[in-house]
Design a protein around this ligand. Sequence first.
Ligand SMILES: Nc1nc2c(ncn2[C@@H]2O[C@H](COP(=O)(O)OP(=O)(O)OP(=O)(O)O)[C@@H](O)[C@H]2O)c(=O)[nH]1
Ligand SMILES: [Mg+2]
Length: 313
Amino acid sequence: MTVAPSDLLGRARAGDKRATARLLSVVENDEPGAADALRTLYPLTGHAEIVGITGPPGGGKSTLVNRLTGAYRATTDRVAVVAVDPSSPFSGGAILGDRIRMRERFLDEGLFIRSMASRGHSGGLARATSRIVNVLDALGYGVVLVETVGVGQEEVEVVRVADTVCLVTVPGLGDDIQAIKAGVLEIADVLVVNKADRPGADETARDLAQMLTLGAPRTAWKAPIIRTVAATGEGTDQLIAAIAKHRAWAAESGERDARRRAAARAEVEDLLRDSLVRRLRDRLGQERVERAIARVADRAIDPYAAVDELLRE
Ligand SMILES: Nc1nc2c(ncn2[C@@H]2O[C@H](COP(=O)(O)OP(=O)(O)OP(=O)(O)O)[C@@H](O)[C@H]2O)c(=O)[nH]1
Ligand SMILES: [Mg+2]
């Protein structure tokens, strides 16, 4: 049975988890009704605290997220977790592990957990994630945790939806620390050395601190380095305090507004681009566009000339 999105919306806003899940699918896959739902919900967004948790596979992100949800739930009515690609090829079996660890939380009415596959989103994964986070925000989730395996550019884009980004590393990363250096370190607001029960946590913290001094600082914020043992919960309070401190700084310094503006710009420009291409295609006729594409493929004309020609018509 299919349910009209407007009906879904009402039930989701009343706190119905099944309706919420269905609504998120509509929005995630850009199904009919998605734009209308987002239009209705958008004015209600902007209240949630959005926390990104990223880092190399197997670092303990899900275990940490589980700890954080427990702590946030003590003070927040509704907490949501969005796990992007929990079945990354780097860590087969993670889904099962996550499920078992999350089971104790399934009974919690105030916690909503959503998994997202990383492939097959129209307009890209980052856009789909941002739509989902917006819906959860509008539905009254006070804290939304976004977990993603941060090894590539796309994951970095995903975690940009967050107000505060936590990068989770572990002792003894060795050469992997180079990969972090190249990508996600620049966007990390809080650095976490998880599995601090293992040897080498001090060295890793030192390495990170040193790496931080290398790049030119983007803002006045100095990312703190927090040690945690997600397995036992040690350090969770310090991590939450660091996230809260960053949030306060971001609000005060204008960083939050700058990020929101960048996100709004990306969203509007994306939609604008889509809409312009669609209109142009309608105006010119799909056939003409296809003909130009075929000529480019045949090397009869270069892509720039093809675009010039189409725009001139
Ligand atoms: N020793 C130790 N092990 C931990 C700690 N935190 C997590 N682990 C273990 O590390 C393994 C991976 O934990 P996950 O929470 O699934 O890691 P993840 O980063 O979410 O993994 P992916 O989502 O697959 O990238 C599990 O076996 C955890 O029990 C910790 O603080 N200390
Ligand atoms: Mg995980």
